[in-house]
Design a binder for this molecule. Structure first.
Ligand code: 8X3
Length: 247
């Protein structure tokens, strides 16, 4: 039986991935900060789901978690680096620095650490890594300086990791979605449900299930095929032009 390790499994894309892979006969280690959410998911998904309470910013704890995985779940075939967040969409010159640094720690430091810790088993099993980057890593927009930079980091980390892992058989993919309606935006609006709903109003965004299906497709391609990067948007989202300031 194959095993996936999914970070940020308490909601959104991570939770949808846990459901998708278990429905396909995999077992899943799911991490997240909210114990009540993990417990509810464990209740629903049964013994094929191993919930682990973890904060991506607690770098030392991530090492302990990997070292202490029970034998039945220790052979990881797929790492889905999904955990991540966006700080509020404020112009950087006005932004709360702590909130920006918090996003950097979660999106980059924690992700690099968990990847490093899981690589020995991924190499041994010729496994795969799927990193949740974003269109925000390729296309700049106002209020997304740090968030977009963390996601650009993730894409470049994915591509460079492929070079380092050359010959090991480990596959690495950068998934780069646009607008997906999940709790992600409620975090971004700092709990303002109305602002979050407004963002998705009448635009038919992608769903967590859409992205989980894509990740499942990527992970179940034949071993000789590596999807390097995959960018997705809802049909209703596209690109804007440059801004020009005139005095
Ligand atoms: C966030 C996607 O399109 O809101 O990762 O920037 S988008």
């Amino acid at each position: 039986m194959k095993t996936a390790f999914i970070t940020g499994a308490t909601a959104g894309i991570g939770e949808a991935c846990a459901r998708k892979f278990i429905a396909d006969g995999w077992q899943v280690v799911g991490t997240g900060r909210r114990k009540d959410r993990l417990d509810a998911l464990a209740q629903e998904l049964g013994e094929k789901f191993l919930p682990i309470v973890s904060d991506m910013r607690d770098i030392e704890d991530l090492g302990r978690i990997v070292r202490q995985l029970p034998d039945a779940f220790a052979g990881i075939d797929l790492l889905v680096n999904n955990a991540g967040l966006a700080p509020p969409m404020t112009d950087f010159q006005d932004a709360d620095l702590d909130k920006q640094l918090n996003a950097m720690r979660t999106n980059m430091d924690g992700l690099v650490a968990i990847t490093r810790h899981l690589l020995p088993t991924l190499i041994e099993r010729k496994g795969a890594i799927v990193n949740l980057a974003s269109v925000a890593g390729s296309y700049p927009y106002r209020g997304g300086a740090v968030y977009g930079a963390t996601k650009a980091f993730l894409t470049q980390f994915s591509l460079s990791l492929r070079s380092d892992l050359h010959g090991t058989g480990v596959r690495v993919t950068s998934i780069e979605p646009g607008m997906v309606e999940t709790e992600f935006t409620i975090v971004r609006t700092e709990g303002n449900r109305q602002a979050s709903e407004q963002l998705y109003a009448d635009m038919n965004p992608m769903t967590a299930g859409d992205i989980a299906n894509t990740i499942h497709w990527v992970a179940t391609q034949p071993a000789h095929l590596n999807i390097n990067r995959l960018e997705l948007m809802p049909t209703s989202q596209s690109f804007a032009g440059f801004s020009v300031h005139r005095d």
